[in-house]
Design a protein around this ligand. Structure first.
Ligand code: C5P
Length: 292
């Protein structure tokens, strides 16, 4: 039996540089790991791939990225008919939230399968498989902050950012999800959001070597244009966090999760209590140390 945690991310910056011929978008994004984690348990058993999940709303068939990752691994590694696996997925990360929970689960599954079956695949092959499962999946094969380019699958790991030392990540989820393909599709109505100038990611990375206050104006997410237009509540979340002293508040990925960066755990806790009073129990919230 093999037990693994599978943690999520926020995008500190997501700059879209253009639309590609294959329908994806070229981007530069700064991804930061967040220690809010799902738990996965893997066990070799009989034939086939069987998934059980704590959240009954999630599919446990080949629609689930965990099953897709295990099947792709089995095929690529040439596992035999008797090389089955039983997987238990305990969800804590909100779904369709822009936090990369499903992608993280897929990456964790690739790593766990490789461990469970005696490391038949080298790291480079796992990276290749991860990229075919989803643009975000390669990031989760490693644990550092990273600059991601291409469609998000080319990962350059970075050292923890000094400006985020002692900073808490406050997460808020409105209780509904946003579809990633929908968000990207809507960009057709927001042409300037698809014409980002390259270099913004590196500028933010440079500023994060010093102070959060100096870096704050550089945080940016091009997908906010379509998503906030449709869901103005998410804009109210950001306004609330800024008015209550957060130097940074932004949507993560394609949403619907909003995050705020707050110096100090106590200030973050107080802010969250006020948030709950204002927005009510329908919203999911969490405070996580940035680990930088
Ligand atoms: O790669 P992933 O499966 O996460 O992508 C989901 C959808 O998001 C894609 O089908 C595409 O519509 C959109 N997408 C995009 N450009 C990216 C990443 C995702 O257009 N760089």
């Amino acid at each position: 039996m093999l037990e693994k945690t599978s943690c999520c991310k926020v995008n500190l910056l997501l700059n879209i540089l253009g639309k590609r011929a294959d329908g994806f978008h070229d981007l530069e994004t700064v991804m930061h790991p967040v220690a809010l984690c799902d738990r996965l348990v893997f066990e070799r058993s009989g034939a086939g791939i069987r998934l059980a999940c704590s959240d009954p709303r999630l599919p446990v068939n080949s629609k689930n990225l965990v099953v897709q990752a295990a099947a792709l691994f089995a095929k690529t590694a040439g596992l035999g008919c008797g090389d089955g696996v039983r997987i238990l997925l305990q969800k804590h990360i909100p779904v369709a939230a822009g936090l990369g929970g499903g992608s993280a689960n897929a990456a964790t599954t690739l790593l766990a399968m490789n461990e469970l079956f005696g490391h038949p695949l080298p790291a480079g092959k796992l990276e290749e498989l991860a990229a075919t499962l989803g643009s975000d999946v390669p990031f989760f094969l490693q644990t550092k902050p990273a600059l991601a380019t291409g469609r998000g699958q080319i990962i350059q790991p970075l050292e923890p950012f000094p400006a985020l030392r002692g900073v808490s990540v406050v997460l808020a989820h409105p209780g509904f999800g946003v579809s990633t393909p929908w968000a990207y599709h809507q960009l057709a109505n927001f042409p300037s959001s698809v014409e980002g100038k390259p270099g913004r990611a590196q500028r933010l990375i440079n500023l994060l070597q010093a102070s959060l206050a100096a870096a704050a104006p550089e945080f940016y997410n091009a997908l906010e244009a379509p998503v906030l237009r449709k869901y103005p509540l998410l804009e109210l979340f950001q306004e609330f966090f800024r008015e209550n002293g957060a130097p940074v508040s932004l949507m993560s990925g394609s949403g619907s999760a909003t995050f705020a960066l707050v110096p100090g755990r106590e200030a973050a806790g107080t802010m969250l209590e006020k948030f709950r009073v204002k927005f009510g129990p329908g919203c999911w919230t969490a405070v996580v140390p940035s680990n930088s």
